[in-house]
Ligand binder design. Structure first.
Ligand SMILES: [Zn+2]
Length: 249
């Protein structure tokens, strides 16, 4: 089992699970459970006098849901958050559809050959259970909303320096660097979707590239944001001249 953040999720597809083979020569029918994700299964007729290649009857075969996910190592669990975060592809069987968040993955490792005739493999995870990490499960706003909270939110909302207050609250362990904190805060708040006159949407997410002097606490900021907002994905580059450039996406 390991913990990670979903950074990309494909739609749920159908995976051939029990292949139904029919022999066009003698009428023999064989059902076979498929465990390989990367090739179409083949079967030779088991009838001793026939031995013809059987054809796959897709309409009589059975399928399960499958979803392909990319899971990234959480930056707050990395020894050095300036290292490039690693990610792995996971195939979730019987998926009802999961698209974001911090998750616990239970699965087995499988490999796919990536270079014909060479013993080089890409590593994947085959999983039957990917569940949202308990501490990141969504809180329904209506469950915590009460008149006192609404009043507090209204009072806060009337403050002119609300962005300063909240951006300081976001990373309280670092003193100063208000502009950097405010930039990160506004990036995490995101915008709203806008539409151009021709109807095409402008995305609401924005990227941030943080270039600063060394030692202002970028790694601490990054760890804190990673814990609070697991839907982010990160990249990191350490320059050859001494590691003073660290972009955050
Ligand atoms: Zn046959």
């Amino acid at each position: 089992m390991f913990e990670g953040n979903i950074i990309s999720a494909a739609k749920v597809c159908a995976l051939l699970k029990k292949a139904c083979f029919v022999c066009k020569n003698c009428g023999n029918i064989i059902n076979k459970t498929v465990n390989d994700y990367f090739s179409i299964p083949k079967m030779i007729c088991s009838n001793k006098n026939c031995r013809a290649e059987m054809s796959l009857d897709l309409s009589s075969s059975t399928y399960v849901n499958i979803q392909e996910l990319e899971i990234q190592q959480p930056i707050d669990l990395m020894k050095n958050p300036e290292d490039p975060p690693r990610s792995i592809k996971a195939f979730l069987e019987n998926s009802e559809g999961i698209y974001s968040g911090r998750v616990n993955v239970v699965g087995t490792v499988m490999k796919k050959s990536v270079r014909p005739n060479l013993p080089i493999f890409e590593i994947y995870v085959k999983s039957n259970s990917i569940s949202l990490n308990e501490s990141y499960q969504k809180i329904e706003v209506r469950d915590i909303l009460n008149p006192d909270l609404i009043e507090t939110l209204n009072q806060l909302g009337r403050k002119r320096n609300i962005v300063d207050i909240l951006s300081n609250y976001l990373i309280p362990q670092i003193k100063g660097y208000d502009i950097v904190k405010k930039a990160i805060f506004l990036q995490q708040i995101k915008g709203c979707i806008k539409f151009l006159p021709d109807g095409s949407p402008l995305r609401r997410d924005s990227h941030i590239l943080l270039i600063t002097d060394p030692g202002i606490g970028k790694s601490t900021m990054l760890r804190r944001i990673a814990r609070l907002f697991p839907q982010n994905s990160y990249a990191s580059i350490t320059t050859a001249t001494g590691g003073d450039l660290q972009p955050m996406l």
